[in-house]
Design a protein around this ligand. Structure first.
Ligand SMILES: NC(=O)c1ccc[n+]([C@@H]2O[C@H](COP(=O)([O-])OP(=O)(O)OC[C@H]3O[C@@H](n4cnc5c(N)ncnc54)[C@H](O)[C@@H]3O)[C@@H](O)[C@H]2O)c1
Length: 204
């Protein structure tokens, strides 16, 4: 019996971490996967990759803007129309915000996302819906931030990479592995957690 039953949605699936998660889900054997992003071309590449690596996976593709409510609703509607259910979503779509000192942020900006995650985790527990968060360190393929080769990225980020005791950038697939665990029945008691996957960057 699979640890990964049901239907999954992954946003930000046109590249990087989101693409790796979509591929991991497809290989793990979910019944269906919706891949969503604002970049149609990248989504098509992800779909091709899945077709090659997991030919039996059923994939729905939708171009959306996660900042537009109607767009997010359309993603849910298209998934339910095809499979009649949604078991989990991994929300990866996003861009790196401007780098600034914490003192330049309002308190809400600083801890807004985590607070929201915790309050949703409390509220949805009754319905057996788990909400967790993954905190990556430096992961290769940050093309929206730095559209250059991996080699150049490694050089550019060398001082930051050296902070993590593991002393290398992460691979998108390593973040996908953490998401697979959190989305599986093996994580049935994990609720409201922020799982750090950064090679030790935060502890140093
Ligand atoms: N790569 C890292 O080192 C790292 C570290 C920490 C956090 N993150 C965060 O993780 C997320 C994924 O990172 P990545 O390296 O895969 O980046 P990426 O740029 O390769 O992928 C982000 C994807 O999100 C999509 N996207 C952005 N805004 C969107 C919108 N409004 N609607 C729909 N799609 C949208 C982009 O088109 C892109 O395909 C980002 O939010 C990033 O800030 C990345």
């Amino acid at each position: 019996m699979t640890l990964f039953p049901g239907v999954a949605i992954t946003t930000g699936a046109a590249s990087g971490i989101g693409r790796a998660i979509a591929l991991a889900f497809a290989t793990a054997g979910y019944q269906g996967i919706t891949i969503a992003d604002r970049l149609a071309e990248g989504l098509a590449q992800t779909q091709e990759l899945i077709a090659k690596e997991a030919p039996n996976a059923a994939v729905e593709t939708i171009v959306i803007d996660v900042a537009q409510l109607e767009s997010v609703i359309a993603m849910a509607v298209c998934t339910v129309a095809r499979w009649g259910r949604i078991d989990l979503t991994v929300n990866v779509a996003g861009i790196q915000g401007p780098a600034q000192r914490s003192t330049a942020l309002t308190l809400d900006e600083f801890d807004g996302i985590q607070k929201r995650q915790l309050s949703w985790s409390m509220a949805y527990s009754k319905e057996n819906i788990r909400i967790n968060c993954v905190c990556p360190g430096l992961v290769e393929y940050m093309f929206s931030l730095l559209p250059v080769s991996f080699e150049e990225q490694r050089k550019f980020f060398a001082p930051a990479i050296a902070i993590a005791p593991i002393n290398r950038m992460g691979q998108p697939s390593e973040i996908a592995d953490v998401c697979l665990f959190l989305c599986s029945s093996k994580a049935s008691l994990v609720q409201g957690a922020s799982m750090v996957a950064d090679g030790g960057y935060m502890i140093n």
